[in-house]
Design a protein around this ligand. Structure first.
Ligand SMILES: Cc1cc2nc3c(=O)[nH]c(=O)nc-3n(C[C@H](O)[C@H](O)[C@H](O)COP(=O)(O)OP(=O)(O)OC[C@H]3O[C@@H](n4cnc5c(N)ncnc54)[C@H](O)[C@@H]3O)c2cc1C
Length: 434
């Protein structure tokens, strides 16, 4: 293949995270000539690599819940979904269920309404039922979540939580990077090309149209369409050419710590574990291999968020403050928890919209598309989001408005309105991350 051909593609995807890889798979399957570039030497080493990999079906709105449920079908049938043969090592979905404690904030009611509207099944449990199923949780009301150095944090609670929602179908993928690698491998089977260790310096436009990208080494790639899926780096690449000028939704990059804590003696999380969503203490934990918990903040509280300006400049270590806050809060819910001296965990960055919904849309430049602001929530939906992005790109390249035509999910045939993910939406009220 000559350089001329190598440097051209119908669709250039910037970023080989779980979203870029999934879009590459869907587009290549649909017959497009796709080239994916990533500045890293491997696939899925950005936000995707630090993801907790939780696949939960509850959400603040109907479409987010439905997208997760439709994606769950793919996670449950991963080999078939990818068209992989039996020899390929694949990421594994582990079903453990999600328990969403009712913190009295209204979130549980919104999540229940969203799941009902999306026809996603769930159970409503009294606190007695929670206790029966998970006797190791102390179901006192400790919240609203406060700083751990406040005396209030240690006061003895007298009230109890009202109950919880339980979704037995939820779970997690323990190796999110492998899931992205699997998607990229599937895309390559369909003819997509991957160029690792290739950094985009600038998206190129001519007039009102995107025409490709200039790389850090000065060479140029040419394409009819460019999909920017560079995670926390998307905003600076898009802003540099004025492509975010008409966005109505603000985005920012948030640093997130996940801590790794062993289960107390006598508790076997492979049998008794659950993904705990605890709005009362603002924490979120799932079982992790090695009989441990992995988790951290729910992300919703502004005073507990660390906003990062430069995505290449952030502390990659679990901090003493973050460690203590997450582990001590979990220890309130599980009084038998022991807290190790050594701090272990994972630290990552995600780009988030102010309303916690992603932006999957075209931009003011013809041919330039974005999959950004995945808001700490889009690992789980990635299998279907790839198809949704295909819908956005194909419809627009055909001269039609993607928000005016429903996107039909391949796993269920369910119709979605992509207007929810538009850059031009009014920020949606009442959304939560967790
Ligand atoms: C700590 C943490 C926990 C999370 N937990 C969950 C969870 O439990 N469940 C869930 O559903 N979601 C979760 N998420 C969110 C989820 O991981 C992200 O929404 C998802 O991984 C985003 O994927 P992406 O492909 O958009 O971005 P990324 O994975 O960041 O991929 C972007 C890629 O672009 C590349 N890139 C950047 N700049 C350039 C450039 N100039 N040139 C070429 N390539 C470039 C990067 O190298 C990277 O590989 C979590 C995120 C974090 C950080």
């Amino acid at each position: 293949m000559g350089t001329e051909v190598e440097n051209r593609a119908e669709v250039l995807i910037i970023g080989a995270g779980v979203i870029g890889a999934s879009a590459a798979f869907a587009l290549a399957k649909s017959g497009h000539d796709v080239l994916v570039v990533d500045r890293n030497s491997g696939v899925g080493d950005g936000s995707t690599g630090s993801s907790a990999g939780i696949i939960r079906v509850h959400a603040s709105d109907m479409q987010s819940s439905a997208l997760a449920a439709d994606s769950l079908t793919a996670w449950n049938n991963w080999r078939d979904f990818l068209g992989a043969d039996s020899a390929e090592a694949l990421a594994r979905f582990v079903r453990c269920g999600s328990l969403i404690l009712d913190a009295g904030t209204g979130f549980v009611d919104r999540a229940a309404a969203a799941m009902r509207a999306a026809e996603v099944s769930f159970e409503e449990w009294s606190s007695g039922e929670v206790e029966e199923n998970f006797p190791y949780f102390d179901l006192h009301r400790f919240g609203p979540p406060g700083p751990i150095d406040d005396d209030e944090f240690w006061s003895e609670p007298t009230e109890f939580l009202r109950g919880a929602l339980y979704t037995p179908q939820s779970g997690y993928v323990g190796d999110p990077t492998l899931a992205a690698v699997n998607l990229m491998q599937a895309a390559r089977r369909e003819g997509a090309r991957l160029r690792p260790s290739t950094t985009v310096a600038r998206i190129d436009v001519e007039g009102a149209r995107a025409v490709g990208a200039t790389l850090a080494d000065g060479s140029r790639l040419r394409a009819e369409a460019v999909l920017l899926a560079a995670g926390p780096h998307s905003d600076s690449l898009a802003s540099a050419i004025g492509a975010t000028a008409d966005f109505r939704v603000r985005t920012r990059r948030i640093r997130e710590e996940l801590v790794h804590v062993p289960a107390p003696a006598g508790l076997d999380l492979a049998l008794q574990g659950v993904h705990l969503v605890d709005g009362d203490l603002n924490i979120n934990f799932r079982p992790e291999s090695g009989n441990a918990f992995l988790g951290g903040s729910n992300g919703d509280l502004a005073e507990e968020q660390t906003v990062i300006e430069d995505p290449d400049e952030f502390n990659p270590m679990v901090t003493p403050g973050g460690w203590e806050r997450a582990t001590l809060r979990l220890a309130r819910r599980i009084p038998t928890l022991g807290i190790p001296r050594a701090r272990t965990g994972v630290v990552g960055l995600y780009d988030a919209a102010e309303d916690w919904l992603p932006i999957y849309d075209r931009t003011c430049f013809d041919g330039l598309f974005v999959a950004m602001a995945t808001s700490g929530t889009q690992f789980k939906t990635a299998p279907i989001v790839g198809e949704l992005l295909r819908h956005v790109i194909e419809t627009e390249l055909d001269g039609r408005d993607h928000t005016a035509e429903p996107f039909l999910a391949p796993t269920s045939g369910r119709a979605y309105s992509t207007a929810q993910f538009s850059r031009l939406r009014d920020p949606r009220q009442g959304q939560s991350r967790g």
